[in-house]
Ligand binder design. Structure first.
Ligand SMILES: [Zn+2]
Length: 281
């Protein structure tokens, strides 16, 4: 072996090590924000290249959607969504969202939902805020029903309110709770209404948030999803969430469910495909 061959051997080996950093496991990230992530970590697509990785990406702004679409081209398969976020209510993107759905340019609608966490005046649960958030949410729900698209939910302190939409939800192909914030009984209440609901878990599991651990261990296996919400909700001590954290989330879910990591990863991919209808649309 000459010098060049030796260098090539080691370069290949190092690339492989990067790719195999997760032991070659299947990875499924049900929620991430590509443009916000690229601002913090421009090289992230190269770290995902070659992995058996699938992601569902969200945008909430027209320019952001354009940039996100460009980033998707450099990634393994993704499904794209567009929504009106309850933390950033606006009506000027309604027409754009409607045309994306009609032209089959998105695979789901969201983040949509309610935020009554109370940390901002517009997130206090009062009549005015309720009306404003419901108007945007119901517009998106109707659009999802009309086009047979999954609806991806952001919810804080609003599970009871969402339950009142159970009848309509049951006609959706999927209702996907990003960062499921509730308790197992609440999750079961959606399932009991005949809703094809999925409950996604992320970095809150890494800090052992009790409600998340409880739900992750108690819900039916076919309703579970994994996510990073990258770059948001960073694990303790980190400035932002990297997409490779999905492997930690998967391993944590496996531990909670008493499965080995490979079996958990395969189950999560199966659920991801069912939730987002990959391959069927
Ligand atoms: Zn998010």
């Amino acid at each position: 072996m000459n010098y060049t061959q030796i260098c090539r051997f080691f370069t290949t080996f190092l690339d492989l090590a990067e790719v195999m950093g997760n032991n070659g496991r299947v990875e499924s990230d049900a929620h991430l924000h590509l443009v916000d992530l690229a601002e913090r970590e421009p090289s992230f697509p190269s770290r995902l290249a070659g992995r058996d990785w699938a992601g569902a990406v969200v945008s909430h702004d027209i320019a952001e959607f354009g940039l996100s679409e460009a980033l998707r081209k450099s990634l393994p398969p993704t499904v794209a969504g567009f929504g009106i976020h309850p933390q950033g209510l606006r009506e000027d993107t309604m027409g754009f969202l409607a045309s994306l759905a009609a032209e089959e340019r998105i695979g789901f609608i969201g983040e949509a939902g309610f935020d009554f966490f109370g940390d901002m005046p517009e997130r206090v649960r009062n009549d005015g805020n309720l009306r404003a958030q419901a108007r945007c949410f119901e517009f998106q729900l109707e659009l999802a029903l009309r086009h047979g698209l999954p609806l991806l939910i952001h919810s804080r302190k609003a599970t009871d309110l969402l339950l009142s939409y159970g009848r309509k939800f049951s006609r959706l192909p999927a209702l996907i709770f990003h960062g499921w914030p509730g308790r197992p009984e609440e999750a079961h209440a959606f399932l009991a209404k005949g809703v094809k609901a999925y409950f996604s878990f992320g970095t809150t599991l890494l800090r052992d948030a009790r409600h998340a651990v409880e739900s992750c261990s108690a819900l039916p296996p076919e309703t579970l999803l994994s996510e990073t919400d990258a770059p948001w909700q960073p694990p303790k001590g980190e400035a932002w969430t990297k997409p490779c954290r999905i492997d930690d989330v998967t391993r944590k879910m496996a531990l909670i469910r008493g499965l080995d990591a490979e079996a958990m990863a395969l189950r999560l991919r199966e659920n991801f495909d069912a939730a987002f209808g990959r391959g069927t649309r």
